[in-house]
Design a protein around this ligand. Structure first.
Ligand code: TYD
Ligand code: MG
Length: 456
């Protein structure tokens, strides 16, 4: 049976007393004590983390009376991570990092914990043994005296250790392996994930300790089992990339403390993750001679301009059914572009095999890459290289028109910064665009045919 209790609270400073007092011993205010209901429910200790009973029940407070202390953000020394978090770690925030197995989540957050040398970090692993983590830490080669490891899955034991160590930062790898003794179902089930995450959420809010929860996602990109975690946490980061390429993207999907269009790029090296500060330079092949089938797209990922290379190979089809093979691009989008070229330009791609590759293994969602892909296809078809130092930004419509793209000035500025001499954009982007502001030549075109006439 739950037992309801009351206590007396000083209305001035919040001091709590079991009996009424005339003067508050804490703030010396007279006649400030009021009796209030507090619930002490000892029979149902489902709170996991907090079995201390001095917890006050929250009161409704006027918004005006709430004071905000200056938000202190913790910088991680990792510019990419700081950026996707919206400018560093917020105290008491709970961050979910989702990614496919083997993408490098454990590596990145082990590394983050190890680099924060003046913080006490607790890394809780339910997946790997002490030896395995130690071996990985040795590869990262970042000694840290304040780094604690705990291989445990029961939240009860975990919170006992947390109370002993009092860490400043907690990393849970992974939330799917944890279990709370208050629920019978097996680890990884929805109710377990929800409850264990809720325990960490309460802990984070109560102690103002930031918590990183690592979660596996399934191949189709869902956070395994529970979408529910996304609602409970403050920030959701997705770690993606092709396992066979060295580049990884950390994307913000939700952020209560910053923008969701942020993006961090990492390179997986043999000594851990390295933040890539100038991604465009590595995504473009350093080449001296002009090669056919290559075009550079000025894309935007999140709010970051990125120059990406599209490579196409168009060859005579050997078999009856022509092949279309893509990496890093949507196959249906490629088929659409081929259909546009077939219909508007009279190119016979129906008898050609087409291979398309976006360099670096990045998956580009920005439709502005269309124009570069189309030019790469044409260049390979004609076996005529496009001039170096030209890049493209435009979406292709079904009738062969080049459509406007957003943030055009940012794209142009990035292309200029990387030494490009010409950028081809949609004529519909012309409005309000101050071309003379840039040193790079901005060429506007309205239709696919114009592009063909210009280059081939
Ligand atoms: P891991 O962090 O275990 O992935 P996740 O936790 O997301 O499942 O990383 C797995 C891969 O990273 C593994 O194939 C080995 C590779 N790796 C490196 O390339 N360099 C390194 O320094 C480390 C520690 C791992
Ligand atoms: Mg792991």
């Amino acid at each position: 049976m739950s037992k309801v209790k009351t206590a007396f609270f000083c209305q001035n400073c919040g001091y709590e007393s079991v009996k009424w007092l005339g003067q508050c011993p804490s703030c010396n205010q007279w006649n400030s004590f009021v009796e209030e209901l507090i619930q002490k429910d000892n029979s149902k200790k489902i709170n996991g983390w907090q079995d201390h009973d001095d917890k006050k029940i929250n009161k409704a407070t006027k918004l005006d009376e709430i004071k905000v202390s200056d938000e202190q953000r913790l910088l991680t020394k990792d510019a990419e991570l700081d950026r996707v978090l919206g400018g560093g770690i917020v105290g008491g925030s709970i961050v979910l990092i989702a990614g496919e197995p083997g993408i490098g989540k454990s590596t990145l957050f082990l590394q983050t914990g190890l680099t924060l040398k003046n913080l006490t970090t607790l890394y809780i692993s339910g997946e790997e043994s002490y030896q395995q983590i130690k071996m990985r830490a040795d590869r990262l080669n970042t000694p840290n005296e304040n780094f604690y490891l705990l291989t445990e899955t029961s939240t009860q034991t975990i919170f006992q250790e947390i109370k002993k160590i009092k860490p400043d930062l907690i990393i849970v790898d992974s939330i799917q392996t944890l279990q709370t003794p208050f629920i019978d179902s097996s680890p990884g089930s929805v109710s377990q994930i929800r409850e264990t995450a809720a325990e960490f959420q309460r802990f984070a809010k109560d102690t103002n300790t930031p918590v990183f929860l690592i979660g596996h996602i399934t191949k189709d990109g869902n956070i395994a089992g529970p979408k529910i975690l996304e609602h409970m946490v403050d920030t959701v980061l997705q770690f993606e990339g092709d396992r066979h390429y060295a580049y990884r993207i950390l994307r913000t999907l939700k952020n209560r403390f910053g923008s969701t269009s942020e993006l961090g790029i990492y390179e997986m090296t043999d000594v851990g993750m390295r933040g890539v500060t100038n991604p465009s330079e590595i995504l473009i092949t350093q080449k001296d001679d002009e090669l056919s089938g290559i075009a550079i797209a000025a894309t935007i990922e999140g709010i970051r301009p990125l120059l990406i290379e599209a490579q196409a190979l168009v060859t005579q089809s050997v078999y009856g059914t022509p092949q279309r093979t893509v990496t890093g691009f949507d196959l249906r989008r490629l088929q659409l572009l081929l259909a546009v070229l077939e219909k508007r330009g009279g190119f016979h791609f129906g008898v050609k095999d087409v291979f398309l590759n976006i360099a670096g293994g990045l998956k580009v969602e920005d439709p502005s890459i269309d124009l570069a892909v189309l030019c790469a296809l044409l260049s390979s078809y004609e076996d005529t290289p496009l001039p170096n130092h030209v890049c493209f930004a435009g979406e292709i419509g079904l009738s062969g028109e080049i459509r406007a793209v957003n943030r055009i000035e940012q794209r142009i500025a990035e292309a200029e910064k990387l030494g490009f001499e010409k950028i081809i954009v949609s004529k519909f982007n012309q409005k309000g665009l101050a071309k003379q502001k840039f040193n790079i030549e901005v060429i506007t075109m309205g239709r696919v045919e114009e592009v063909y006439r210009h280059f081939f």
